[in-house]
Each structure stands twice: as C-alpha cells, then as structure tokens.
Design a protein around this ligand. Sequence first.
Ligand SMILES: Cc1cc2nc3c(=O)[nH]c(=O)nc-3n(C[C@H](O)[C@H](O)[C@H](O)COP(=O)(O)OP(=O)(O)OC[C@H]3O[C@@H](n4cnc5c(N)ncnc54)[C@H](O)[C@@H]3O)c2cc1C
Length: 313
Amino acid sequence: MALTAQQLDDISHARGDRRETRRPTVPALEEVLFQPFNVLDHGFVRVVDYMGDDAAVVQAARVSYGRGTKKVSEDRGLIRYLMRHHHTTPFEMAEIKFHVKLPIFVARQWIRHRMASINEYSARYSILDKEFYIPEEDKLAAQSTSNRQGRGEILVGEEAHKVLDILRGDAERTYEHYAWMLNENDDGTVPDTQRQGLARELARMNLTLNTYTQWYWKADLHNLMHFLRLRADRHAQHEIRVYAEAMMKILELWVPLTYEAFLEYRLDAINLSRSGLAVVKRMIGGEKVTQTASGLSVREWNELMSSLGLPSA
Ligand SMILES: Cc1cc2nc3c(=O)[nH]c(=O)nc-3n(C[C@H](O)[C@H](O)[C@H](O)COP(=O)(O)OP(=O)(O)OC[C@H]3O[C@@H](n4cnc5c(N)ncnc54)[C@H](O)[C@@H]3O)c2cc1C
C-alpha cells in the first residue's frame, strides 16, 4: 500500500484547508494538490506546493509590471518561441515541490539530477517501512543484446517465477535481519530486552535496493523539463519513466502552454547532427543514401533511421 489510512487522513485535512491569496493559482493543479499519483507497487508522486504558472513565464520574459498576460494566443506564441530558441531563464521563474516515494535504485538515478533541492527520509532517524518494489511479470526482461543499458525479451516460465521468488525472498530476509538488528518496533517497544540493538544508521546497510525511500524534491520549471526530457524518454528505464510520466500529467495540469511547447520542441522532437542533416537533405533531393555513404556510424545511422521511421537497412 502506497499510503496508510493516517497519511490519507492527513492529506484529506490538508486539502480541506483553504487560504485566500493574491498570488496566481492554477485551478487544474489545485484540484490535485497533495493527492498521490500512484506509481509502481508502493510508490507515488504528489504535488506539495508550486509557484507560478504559464503567465509567470510570460511575465518574466517581458519583465512586465502586471501579470504579463496579453492574449492567450500571444502567450502561447511567446512560450513556443522561448522553448524553440532555448531561451530558458523565464522557465526558471516557476517552481514546483513534489513528495515522491520510490525504490532506492530509482532514487540513485534520480539524484543525479543536481539542479533540484532534495530532502530525503532519514533512515538514521527513522525505521524504513517494510515495502519493496517487486516488478510485474511483464517487466522482467533479459539483458538487451543491442543496448548495454536496456532490456530485451520478456522472461517467461520457470525462470520468471524463480526471479520473482529470489527478489521477494531476498528482500524479506534482509528486512527480517534489519528488524532483528534494530531490536526496536515501529512504536518504540523493544522485542528482546536482553539485547541492545544496532543503531538505525548501521542496521539499514544490508537492505535491498528495491526498498522504498521518500523525499521532497523541488525544482524550477526549466530543470523539471530537463529531468522529464531524459526520464520520460522511451529509452529511460521503465521504473523511473513511470514517475516521469506521472509528472508529465502534472506538468500538463500546471502549465498547459509550456507542456504543449515542451512536447513540440523537446520530448517529441529530435536533434539532427550536421551529418544527419546532410543525409536528410540528400534524401529529400531524391538520392538513395546508404549508411556507408552517409558519413554516419552504424549506430548513429540506425538511430537516425529509427527517428525518421525508416528501415535501417
Ligand atoms: C540514458 C542515460 C544514461 C546514463 N548513464 C549513466 C551512467 O552510466 N553513469 C552515470 O554516472 N550517469 C549516467 N547517467 C546520468 C547522466 O550522466 C546525468 O548525470 C543525469 O542525466 C543528470 O543530467 P544533468 O547533469 O544534465 O542534470 P542536472 O544535474 O540537473 O544538471 C542540469 C544542468 O546543469 C548543468 N550542470 C549541473 N552541474 C554541473 C557541473 N558540475 N558542471 C557543469 N554544469 C553543470 C549542466 O548544464 C546540466 O545539464 C545517465 C543518464 C541517462 C539519461
């Protein structure tokens, strides 16, 4: 379970609380504020707070005194222009703060995005919940033969069952050892009064990487999109991509004009290298270009053909 009854109750109370403000708010985002978007088997992402909206981007770009909004069509045009020309600083004027619950191995990829402020649940201070990520069967795949950082065919039959048994068994066993070493229950009671128990900061070290952790993660809109560009990409590892996909839904609710421009000029767009562009020009000119005559490596050629929806051979 991603959230306990108490946690859901806290969220419900927070959502019931209303304040008047002169600051701009976004009704569609207010609608889902604090609510968890469930991800994986026990994870979630939820918006805790935000500052600014599409108009804040426009306002900063125009350095205006009022809200900056002229007509929606003009704002849309300006946001698309900014995105297209990598004029990024106006997007830094809006910010968003998430609460995320995620497996530790996903957190290790996520934390590489340095342009964010993070505060993680302390396993020195508190006892980690007994919650592990166990992939669904159709997510258990063999190593890709063409991509060293990817997955290939789905595992089937006996091997898939054995893998799931190992994942569950190892996580359960190491958690049992963690609990034994701590010698402390969630409510502070001590199971074995004859033992001292190991410090939390040490007992945690044998936990498996699929154990869930949690953090608050705050980023500005520019850096959020940089994160999403890399992690909502179809090549990103499934387990981080599903978080990015939940955040894409939130991005759409929060800043619909920026979201649209982001899809247009970043996520669903491609960069062409100088040689790649030359290949495209030759093809448009009617030439039948081959990989060997393209000046591209086999890998680059395959990537270009795949982006253009053409066969690589
Ligand atoms: C497909 C893929 C495979 C990856 N494989 C690996 C891997 O094998 N090993 C590995 O270690 N990492 C790997 N990474 C992580 C990757 O190298 C980046 O650390 C991660 O994507 C964060 O990107 P970033 O540095 O642009 O983001 P952020 O840290 O958020 O930084 C945003 C931008 O700020 C600037 N910036 C931030 N810090 C500095 C700095 N110190 N100096 C100069 N400019 C800075 C840069 O312009 C940067 O793009 C992989 C990422 C992807 C998407």
